[in-house]
Structures are given as structure tokens and as C-alpha cells.
Design a protein around this ligand. Structure first.
Ligand SMILES: [Zn+2]
Length: 394
């Protein structure tokens, strides 16, 4: 999925983005996990999980869940390889139990320790896909689903959706939209900054870059809320966005010594510094961050690629790319509109270079015609949500 913004210069096509466009579709995934505590004693307990495969047959699996409390620890697990990083636990299949046919179940168990309280994990993933108790149906909105845009937008929205169906190579097969990433991460997102510039960066700039990113991201989240409540069963009012890493050519460019972010030095890809691939969602869509130093909590979902002298933009499942000078000079702007436009692409929204569904009105995803998320942008985003939401059990 590659979309780009012709702002002043020609659209820049990167190898990284092309890889995204060529990613194969994933098999249909669906699972249910039943969690039980057969026995518990002061400070310890036995846990058991039964995984039922409701999707295509699995040849290998990786179960993930997060303990609600930091005091909950796996002491010893069986029927797989167990790992815990902070509250996050993963179990990878053993050699003999990787295959799980459709409709079959298998069980894993462990002994654990706890103090204070011992609540059950709230959710589980198998191979990075949230287990919502049913195989996702991803072909059409649920019958009776609310679809209540302003009447003047109904026809333009239908035209946009038809255009996407006609022009996207694998609209419903693609499983790494921003939506998929957000749900796989449980409603929060990690970013890594690719600092594609020779300039130095202060700690204050670093923090301002992260702050602006959070504020801009929330603008799209707000487009899914009505009076603070999620439209059409949308679950997240706030999406915490955390910058966990920076990639740079020369460590000396970063004028801080605190350990606030992971730092990747001189790992060059597409002629730009890149954050470590073992930690990147784009490279590990199965959610396996076992090669990431620091573990899963240090992984990043999106890259924010900031390039010196770049006046356009690009966005996709890998993240967003905009000019470093543009971003730094707009950190306090209410709407960093090129960034917002590229975030829209991460969530599947289309470009409009060759046609206009709302002639003369202007909207953010039609580059150059608006500088903030409009009502039409909001309803295009909602159209994506109603088409994909069953993937996430909503
Ligand atoms: Zn665009």
C-alpha cells in the first residue's frame, strides 16, 4: 500500500514502500483463547490457556498476551517456548504442536507468581492477530450497521469506496493497515523516528517532535468519536503514541545522553537511517519481536521518516515520511496537514489526483485542497472502520 502526496515535487517512490505494496495477503486468521486458573495459592498459581483455531490451518503459532499487573510472572511454562518482557508474555509452539487444523484446539499451561491480585489477561493474540472468538468476516459491513453520514456526503462516499474497491489490489486481503496495527498493539502505538538529516537534535526538540506526533494522531482518533464516545463501536477514545526509538547517521547528532529512546546508528536503507528491523512491525507482522533488543515493548509500529529538503510526503503501512524542516517549523501548528494526510494513507485512505468526489469543496486527502481533517475526511475514515471492524470483533 503506497500512497504519496505531490506537494511541489514529484511523488517519491521508495524501495521501502514498494516492498509494502508487494507484501502477500495473509491467510484468514481467527482464534479464541480460553484462560483458566485451575489452582492458586498465596504468591503462586497455575494458568491454562486453550487456543481454538477458527481460521485457516496453522503450521506454527505464537500466542501473545499481557498480564494486567506487573507482579504477575511466568515461572515455568510447558507445551511451547515461553518468554516474558515486562507484562508481555509470548509462547511459541514446540516442534511437535505447531500444526493446528481449522476448528482444533490445543492447550498450554504454566505456573506463575503474583502478589496483590491475579487478574486474567484482557486479550490474546495468535500470530499477531487479536483472538476475538470468531474468524473475521472482511467482505462487507454487518447488516444493519449504522451508516449515517450527512445526506450530502452519501453519494460521494459511495463513489470513493467503489473507487478503492476498483483500484486497490487486495483491499480486504491486506492485513497491515493502521487499523490492524493499532488493534494488534491493544490501542496504542510505538513510533521510531528516521532522522534523515545532517542537523543536530536537542532533547527539547526530540520531545516536541513526539508531542506534536501525539496531537496530530489524536485528530484522526477524534474523527471516530461523537461527543467522546466511539462511533459504531469504535473502542479507543485516546490512542497513546510513544516514540521509542531514533535512527541517525551519527550518534553525535543527538544531543542527549538520557536513555529515553533506543538509538540506531548508521543502519542505512533507502539512503536513510533506519530503525532496527528486528523491532519493526513492517518486518514482523506476525508480532514476533524476539530479535528486538529490549523485547516487544521496544518494538515500533510506524516509522516517522523526516527527510531534509523534502517538500512532499509519503505514507503507508510502514508509517509516514515528510520534510524535517517542514515538521520542525510546524511543531506548534494546530494542523500539520501533510503529516495528517500521510497518516490518512496509513489507515487506507486514498489519493485524489485525478478525480474529485466533492467538486469545489476540498478535503485533506485531496492534496492541497484543505489543511485540516474535514467532515468528508472523517466519514471516509469511518467508512474504512465499518468495513474492517469485524476483523477486530467489533
Ligand atoms: Zn497522498
Amino acid at each position: 500500500m503506497r500512497r504519496c502526496l505531490v506537494w511541489a515535487l514529484a511523488c517519491l517512490i521508495t524501495a521501502f514502500a514498494v516492498v509494502g505494496a508487494l507484501k502477500p495477503a495473509y491467510a484468514t486468521a481467527g482464534c479464541r483463547v480460553d484462560y483458566a486458573v485451575p489452582s492458586s495459592w498465596q504468591g503462586g498459581f497455575q494458568g491454562s490457556m486453550t487456543i481454538t483455531n477458527l481460521g485457516d490451518p496453522l503450521s506454527s503459532w505464537r500466542l501473545g498476551f499481557t498480564f494486567p499487573n506487573s507482579t504477575q510472572k511466568v515461572v515455568q511454562g510447558w507445551t511451547g517456548t515461553w518468554a516474558q518482557s515486562g507484562r508481555a508474555v509470548t509462547v511459541t509452539n514446540a516442534g511437535y504442536n505447531g500444526a493446528v487444523p481449522t476448528g482444533s484446539s490445543m492447550n498450554v499451561g504454566f505456573t506463575g507468581s503474583w502478589s496483590g491480585s491475579n487478574p486474567a489477561p484482557a486479550g490474546f493474540t495468535v500470530n499477531g492477530v487479536a483472538c476475538v472468538g470468531a474468524a473475521p468476516v472482511t467482505t462487507s459491513p454487518t447488516a444493519g450497521d449504522p451508516w449515517n453520514p450527512p445526506s450530502s456526503l452519501v453519494s460521494p462516499l459511495a463513489a470513493v469506496w467503489s473507487h478503492e474497491e476498483a483500484t486497490y489490489s487486495d483491499l480486504f486481503g491486506f492485513k497491515n493497515y493502521g487499523w490492524d496495527q493499532l488493534f494488534a498493539a491493544g490501542g496504542q502505538l510505538n513510533y521510531c523516528v528516521r532522522w534523515d538529516s545532517a542537523a543536530h537534535v536537542t532533547a527539547a526538540q526530540r520531545d516536541a517532535i513526539a508531542g506534536a506526533l501525539q496531537r496530530q494522531y489524536q485528530k484522526w482518533v477524534d474523527a471516530l468519536l461523537d461527543d467522546g464516545a466511539g462511533w459504531n463501536n469504535w473502542p479507543y477514545r485516546q490512542v497513546p503514541v510513544k516514540v521509542v526509538g531514533w535512527a541517525v547517521r551519527d550518534r553525535a547528532q543527538l544531543e542527549w545522553s538520557d536513555p529515553a529512546v533506543d538509538i540506531y546508528v548508521n543502519d542505512i536503507s533507502e539512503n536513510a537511517p533506519q530503525c532496527g528491523t528486528p523491532c519493526g512491525r513492517f518486518f514482523h507482522q506476525d508480532g514476533d519481536y524476539s530479535g528486538c533488543p529490549g523485547g516487544a515493548s521496544h518494538h515500533y509500529d510506524h516509522s516517522l521518516w523526516l527527510t531534509a529538503g523534502f517538500s512532499g510526503g509519503a505514507g503507508g503501512d510502514w508509517g509516514q515520511r515528510i520534510g524535517s524542516e517542514y515538521y520542525l517549523s510546524n511543531l506548534n501548528a494546530e494542523n500539520i496537514h501533510i503529516l495528517l494526510h500521510e497518516m490518512g494513507h496509513t489507515y487506507g485512505l486514498d489519493d485524489f489526483y485525478d478525480w474529485d468526489p466533492t467538486p469545489g469543496q476540498g478535503f485533506l486527502m485531496k492534496a492541497g485542497s484543505a489543511t485540516a481533517i474535514t467532515d468528508f475526511d472523517k466519514w471516509m475514515l469511518r467508512d474504512w472502520w465499518r468495513h474492517l471492524k469485524t476483523r477486530y470483533g467489533r
